[in-house]
Design a protein around this ligand. Structure first.
Ligand code: SAM
Length: 470
């Protein structure tokens, strides 16, 4: 890897005696890792990972190693590939049950899926991504993970702040940055790098932070992270935050993470609070470069914005209740009957979402997370759990619904053998020898559910989404 001379000079000066080890580490291959999804990982998979893979010290659900994107553990949403240092961000955020959490710069979804696992179906997670195409990838990853309390939206931070002032308990800002920490993983990032680019990133990050703070509730928390070593984007930005928003204080992480360094006050105007930040250097940890810090607010950080009246469960008035679900978003009698029949025939345990806030958009049926009863002014890419659609006289379940369904909830899951599985992910119809009756079934391989199938007279019709087939 050939590094720009200005980069070499800068880090030789900043790192002194550690610089040689730093440059040597940058010439090594990137380190791969993955995380398990607590909702989906089977006992057998757990056993396999614990026996064959090294754990990531700062994330109890993380392991070192590479698993193919076509492995059933990936397709079923039981794991997510994510380099090990990046796994520190959601671990540091440590969302508590029931919190309203925003992942402001969320695509492709590494932190979102980890946060979702930590929330474990409680509270609300809003995953936002400014770039429409990247937001779609984020949405697919959210779908695979199978949590029904996650919505995906596509906003710039300012427009999101205008819709959701003082709304979140915890905001994660995994900011777009100069990407120095990813030079090993993505060498193309080197070609964008220049001292000016680092300063442009700093300005953009401050604008994102300003918008984020408008969305923070009183006594809320923010986690700021980058995958760059640049003090301008790291310590300098946190010092700037602390100087401009006195209600914020750095939270020193309780965990001791082996090899992980403290932030450097001397790189942020000697602000002593910066020792509470965390730096992942490739010469000290097995992982890529990262910077992260958690901040706690004392009261409201930004007081000027008037909070909008939101129709949420906890604060609903009688009038709100009447206006929450206009008639055109409600199921008519026939639709309700079709939906109830589907649930009755397919599920052993009636899932919680059947009692949730069901919303009809044309013929498509969704269930909105309880915390987000009605926010129609958001640009949704995924508005909660997509249950399915009404077609003529039928209810057809969506792929998102099977990804959110567990084997314990379903009456029957059809577990395919290897050759049937290979045919199925290719899009083929499968002939089965079975006495099962006509209807919808979860389809699994090695007990990991990855699709719906519709069984008619021993023929399993293929409902694996066309875009996912291979
Ligand atoms: N958190 C993601 C994950 O763990 O998978 C990675 C996020 S990446 C470091 C930063 C994201 O910020 C990118 O998806 C990028 O599209 C988005 N972004 C770029 N410019 C932005 C802006 N001005 N405001 C908000 N987000 C922006």
């Amino acid at each position: 890897m050939t590094l720009p001379q200005a980069f070499i000079d800068k880090y030789q000066h900043l790192l002194g005696a550690d610089a040689d080890a730093f440059f040597a580490a940058l010439q090594q291959p990137a380190v791969a890792g993955f995380r398990v999804n607590p909702r989906k990982v089977t006992a057998q998979l757990h056993q396999n990972f614990a026996t064959n893979y090294q754990p990531v010290p700062w994330n109890p659900s993380g392991y070192y190693g590479k698993i193919s994107g076509r492995d059933i553990a990936q397709l079923s949403g039981a794991i997510y590939s994510q380099e090990p240092s990046a796994q520190g961000v959601a671990a540091l955020a440590d969302p508590q049950p029931g919190m309203r959490v925003l992942d402001l710069c969320a695509a492709p979804g590494g932190k979102t899926t980890q946060l979702a696992g930590l929330l474990n179906g409680t509270g609300l997670l809003v995953a936002n991504e400014i770039d429409r195409q990247r937001a779609k990838v984020l949405s697919e990853n959210v779908e695979r993970f199978g949590y029904d309390n996650v919505v995906v939206v596509n906003h710039d931070p300012d427009s999101l702040a205008a819709s959701l002032p003082q709304f979140f308990d915890l905001i994660v800002i995994d900011a777009p940055c100069s990407g120095e920490g990813m030079f090993r993983k993505d060498p193309e990032a080197i070609s964008y790098w220049s001292p000016d680019y680092v300063l442009q990133c700093q300005e953009r990050q401050r604008n994102i932070l300003k918008a984020a703070l408008k969305m923070l509730r009183a006594d809320g928390q923010i986690v700021y992270s980058t995958c760059t070593f640049a003090p301008e984007e790291d310590e300098e930005n946190i010092d700037w935050l602390l100087q401009n928003y006195p209600a914020l204080a750095v939270v020193t992480p309780p965990a001791t993470w082996p090899g992980v360094d403290a932030g450097r006050p001397e790189w942020g105007h000697d602000n002593p609070a910066l020792v509470g930040a965390r730096r992942f250097w490739p010469q000290h940890v097995q992982g890529e470069g990262h910077f992260m810090v958690k901040l706690q607010a004392d009261g409201l950080v930004v007081k000027s914005t008037e909070p909008k009246k939101l129709a949420t469960n906890s604060r609903q008035t009688k009038k709100d209740k009447r206006t929450v679900a206009p008639n055109n978003t409600r199921l008519n009698q026939t639709q309700q009957k079709l939906f109830d029949q589907f649930v009755e025939q397919t599920y052993r345990v009636t899932p919680d979402w059947t009692r949730g806030n069901l919303q009809l958009q044309k013929d498509q049926l969704f269930v909105l997370p309880a915390e987000l009863n009605e926010l129609t002014n958001l640009k949704y890419v995924r508005r909660g759990l997509w249950l399915g659609e009404f077609r003529k006289n039928r209810f057809v379940p969506n792929h998102a619904l099977i990804m959110a369904s567990t084997p314990e909830q379903l009456k029957t899951v059809i577990d395919l053998n290897m050759s049937q599985y290979q045919q199925y992910v290719h899009g083929d119809v499968i002939r089965l020898t079975t006495t099962l009756t006509k209807g919808w079934y979860g389809v699994s391989y090695q007990k990991q559910i990855y699709s719906w199938g519709y069984l008619v007279e021993q023929t399993l019709k293929n409902f694996y989404p066309k875009g996912l087939r291979f």
